[in-house]
Design a protein around this ligand. Structure first.
Ligand SMILES: [Fe+2]
Length: 263
């Protein structure tokens, strides 16, 4: 029964994605990017749920959370032509607003829908609220790791390949493309800290910022999958050689060598 419900949710999601009229090429490109991202995040959530030996019901919840986590991205990009929440709207809150407005989760129990909505709400926060219920925290962690994994894929593909021929301003956030790194960003990385979004000043900072998510991975399987998919190799090879790159890479390797013991 839950399989059929998930299929309906998938169709609803696709209808929503196609419901915005007259999308210009830049909007269409980024809608497709987010649609594909969503499907990949679902697959990642399945793999992590499998690793955690989830039941059929729990798997359904993890997949549904993944399916709807970035729903608000379509409205956000359509209205503001940016993925930057700071200058547009909080896309996680937008996702929840749309799901509530259209009563999308009305077939679920109050408990199930609250869990899904809260996990969506927490997916783009710097941290999961410490007072969140245990189960919400678990599903938030799965979503955040599944999301990280696919954002690394998007980043690897974009900086490794696509950027050479076709720059996408939505992935560069109007930041400086001067080949430099902000010293604060490099220092934070060396301290194994998750870099804050507002500290990014250059295109290289964007890459280091995303790499710093390794310090906030919840499940060892996430780093194992990223490693197997060679995502970090691609991301590093896209960074221009410099002393800063060497420093970041040394910290990265040290951290990953320790983490690999848990794989
Ligand atoms: Fe998101």
């Amino acid at each position: 029964m839950k399989n059929a419900l998930f299929e309906n949710y998938l169709k609803w999601f696709q209808n929503h994605r196609n419901s915005y009229p007259n999308t210009p090429p830049l909007v269409e490109e980024n809608f497709t990017l987010k649609e594909l991202h969503t499907y990949e995040v679902i697959k990642n959530a399945e793999q992590i749920a499998d690793f955690l030996s989830f039941s059929h019901e729990e798997l359904f919840l993890a997949k549904t959370t993944a399916l709807f986590h970035d729903l608000g991205r379509f409205q956000q990009f359509y209205q503001y032509q940016t993925f930057l929440d700071r200058i547009s709207a909080n896309h996680a809150e937008l996702s929840v607003t749309i799901l509530r407005k259209d009563s999308v989760l009305s077939h679920l129990s109050e408990k199930e829908s609250s869990l899904i909505l809260d996990a969506i709400l927490y997916h783009n926060r710097y941290e999961i609220p410490l007072d969140a219920p245990k189960k919400t925290t678990l599903f938030s962690k799965i979503l955040r790791d599944s999301d990280k994994l696919d954002i690394w894929r998007v980043l690897a593909d974009y900086y490794y390949e696509q950027r050479r021929n076709n720059k996408n301003p939505a992935l560069e956030y109007g930041l400086l493309d001067n080949g430099k790194y902000s010293p604060f960003v490099v220092e934070s990385f060396k301290k194994n800290e998750c870099i804050k979004i507002e500290d990014r000043k250059t295109v290289n900072d964007i890459i280091v910022y995303h790499l710093s998510w390794i310090f906030n991975v919840y499940f060892p399987i996430t780093l194992k999958l990223a490693d197997e998919r060679k995502l970090f190799d691609k991301i590093f090879s896209a960074l221009p050689d410099s002393p800063e790159k060497k420093e970041v890479f040394a910290s990265f390797q040290e951290f990953m060598n320790k983490a690999a013991k848990c794989f």
